[in-house]
Design a protein around this ligand. Structure first.
Ligand SMILES: Cc1cc2nc3c(=O)[nH]c(=O)nc-3n(C[C@H](O)[C@H](O)[C@H](O)COP(=O)(O)OP(=O)(O)OC[C@H]3O[C@@H](n4cnc5c(N)ncnc54)[C@H](O)[C@@H]3O)c2cc1C
Length: 291
């Protein structure tokens, strides 16, 4: 592996100052599950690796103001196992439980999974379905970015040089809300997704669909919000026919490419099935919340 200098700042300000002073030579590391592999393979050649692991401001969680704030260093394993997240933000816990292996989930972080901008990813899809926001800090101050606006293209995000993600805020779902994350892989279930779908349904007091959020991963350059599919469901009594129509529309809205995980036509078929099944599960969970 190419040699680099290891930097371990003790405050966010120290970290962003160092990154701003070395925009082309320094790279941020959180869990290191992607970064270290890319350095080892020579894809990235930083002179400095800035380890965020010592920043207490990026740790922990608090749930004031109806929003759950998760520090950027929250591990995927915590998202999977934390009782509060499992109970209130089930779609996020479900997505986390399907990421790679326990060894990777133990170290990969929510901040890393968002900042990486990888198209074949699970957590960002669930965060978009839940209307989450990422807080970004640089030397000029901080800003909040909706996770659905965070991604610009494969491995490309709104992060400017020197900026880091410090936390992710997830608004508490309203009553009568249910979600589901569905992932399809080839080979081992630990592999990255051929396609995935994170869906959240909110019902009104009469049981009709008040809001649907359908997010598709790995079938486009970024996680895609299927807005036309969601519009089919809004205001409707939800049933198999409505879900089949929405899933067909979602497949039309997807934008997959041929690659080692399969041809585009195959991924379109898969995403259609995942969305339809995800909606069915989400409805049963939302209905259970209503009782
Ligand atoms: C074999 C394998 C299989 C995997 N399968 C899946 C899967 O199926 N689904 C899935 O969702 N994920 C999967 N992952 C995880 C995913 O690919 C990334 O490795 C992981 O999300 C990166 O998180 P990290 O904390 O380790 O980030 P790091 O590796 O530390 O960093 C990743 C990138 O984000 C930047 N970064 C990290 N944290 C911040 C921050 N707070 N602010 C700004 N920039 C930051 C780094 O500079 C780097 O560019 C898999 C990983 C492996 C190795």
């Amino acid at each position: 592996m190419r040699r680099f200098e290891y930097i371990k700042p003790t405050s966010v300000q120290e970290a962003v100052k160092f990154l701003a002073d070395h925009p082309d030579e320094a790279m941020v590391m959180a869990g290191g599950t992607a970064l270290v592999v890319m350095i080892d393979q020579g894809v990235l050649r930083p002179d400095y690796v800035v380890d965020l692991g010592g920043l207490s401001d990026l740790q922990g969680q608090d749930s004031s103001n109806e929003t759950l704030h998760l520090g950027a260093l929250t591990t995927v394993r915590t998202l999977e196992r934390d009782p509060q997240i499992k109970e209130r933000f089930g779609v996020l816990a479900e997505a986390a439980s399907q990421v790679a292996s326990v060894r990777i989930r133990n170290v990969a972080t929510i901040g890393g999974t968002v900042s990486y901008g990888e198209p074949q990813t699970d957590i960002p899809a669930a965060l978009i379905a839940l209307n989450a926001t990422a807080t970004v800090v640089g030397t000029e101050g901080s800003r909040d970015v909706a996770v659905e606006d965070f991604f610009l293209g494969p491995y490309e995000t709104v992060l400017e040089p020197g900026e880091i993600v410090t936390r992710v805020g997830v608004p508490a779902p309203s009553p009568r809300t249910g979600g589901c994350h569905m992932k399809f892989t080839i080979g081992s279930p630990e592999n990255k997704p051929v396609a995935n779908a994170s869906v959240v349904l909110r019902l009104d007091s009469s049981g009709r669909c008040e809001e649907a959020r359908i997010v598709m991963g790995a079938v486009g350059p970024i996680p895609l919000l299927a807005t036309k599919a969601a519009a089919i469901l809004k205001g409707e009594v939800l049933n198999e026919t409505a879900f089949a129509a929405a899933a067909a529309k979602a497949a039309e809205e997807s934008d997959p490419v041929d690659d080692l995980r399969g041809p585009a036509w195959y991924k379109r078929r898969i995403i259609r099935v995942l969305v339809e099944r995800g909606l069915t599960w989400a409805l049963s969970r939302a209905a259970a919340q209503s009782q």
